[in-house]
Write a protein that binds this ligand. Structure first.
Ligand code: AMP
Length: 287
């Protein structure tokens, strides 16, 4: 596995692959790998001739007072895990590499960035879209693999790729969970044992809503009421939002018909966690 940090070297490498007719899969990450990340890498590995993993904690997607400084980092461990997952390149630029002093160009994906996490984290998806577009230009992948755990991010990136006619396919992969249901996240290390227990209310409420929906309750308001009750019932948890939305437009759904995703965010202690699940429709082909 090669380790690259200069954008120029990364682009050179990608140009060489394209010239040689090799296909490239790309997994963008902020590091501190867990099985959710590794699953994306394994999928990319199986799909293309070459696999690139990027590791970049992107300052542009963190708001003031968020956890950019203390975001968990362990580059040596990540290096070993990416190598084990069969990556050909680990690309880890510095913030100065990607955002030199005169940097001033940003990408705004408008409507789908606005609500949900976009409302609670102003500027977050502008930071995500900007860095992901830059990374796409450097890595020039045929496939870019994203986790459906960050569902709104997945929709934002798909929209950007379509709107800007980027020549690549965005692939979404299912959320990898702990055995008790908690969605794996680099931020789970922030949780105390008590908070870890309270955090289970997120996945448990999703599961209960899915079961109730499948047994015939199609009214979004009724299902959401139960989610709010379950999460508010946890002493250490505070719900940010819970919505049932169309998987492509992210518009609210009142009555669940053929496609709907329940998407939520909650604070557990000082940690903000997100989760989501399809109530109806095929998560492998959401749009
Ligand atoms: P992050 O390092 O948190 O920015 O995540 C990098 C990629 O891994 C994103 O596409 C995430 O959606 C994905 N990811 C993170 N956690 C999980 C998980 N538990 N299951 C599947 N994918 C995940």
């Amino acid at each position: 596995m090669e380790r690259l940090s200069s954008p120029h070297d990364m682009q050179q490498w990608a140009n060489d692959q394209r010239r040689s007719g090799r296909t490239v899969a790309f997994v963008p990450t902020m590091g501190f790998f867990h099985p959710g990340h590794l699953q994306l890498m394994e999928y990319g590995r199986s799909r293309a001739d070459r696999l690139v993993v990027s590791l970049f904690v992107n300052p542009l997607q963190f708001g003031p007072g968020e956890d950019f400084e203390r975001y968990p980092r362990d580059e040596e461990r990540d290096l070993a895990l990416a190598r084990g997952a069969g990556a050909d390149v680990l690309f880890s630029p510095s913030p100065e590499d990607l955002y030199p002093v005169h940097f001033q160009t940003h990408v705004t994906v408008e409507k789908v960035s606005r609500g949900l996490c976009g409302a609670s984290r102003p500027g977050h998806f502008r930071g995500v879209a900007t860095v992901v577009l830059k990374l796409f230009h450097l890595v020039q992948p045929h496939w870019a693999i994203f986790g459906l755990k960050d569902y709104q991010q997945y929709v934002v990136i798909r929209r950007m790729v379509e709107d800007l006619n980027l020549d690549l396919e965005v692939v979404g992969r299912p959320t990898v969970r702990e055995p008790d249901g908690l969605a794996m996240s680099s931020r789970n290390v922030y949780l105390s044992p008590e908070e870890r227990r309270s955090a289970l209310a997120l996945s448990a409420s999703l599961k209960a809503a899915r079961e109730r929906c499948r047994s015939g309750e199609r009214r979004a308001a009724v299902l959401l009421e139960d989610v709010v009750r379950r999460i508010s019932g946890e002493a250490r948890a505070r719900l940010d939002y819970a919505r049932i939305v169309d998987p492509e437009t992210l518009d609210d759904t009142d009555l669940i018909r053929d496609k709907a995703v329940l998407i939520l965010a909650a604070w557990v202690g000082k940690t903000r966690l997100i989760d989501n699940g399809f109530l109806e429709g095929n998560p492998d082909c959401p749009a």
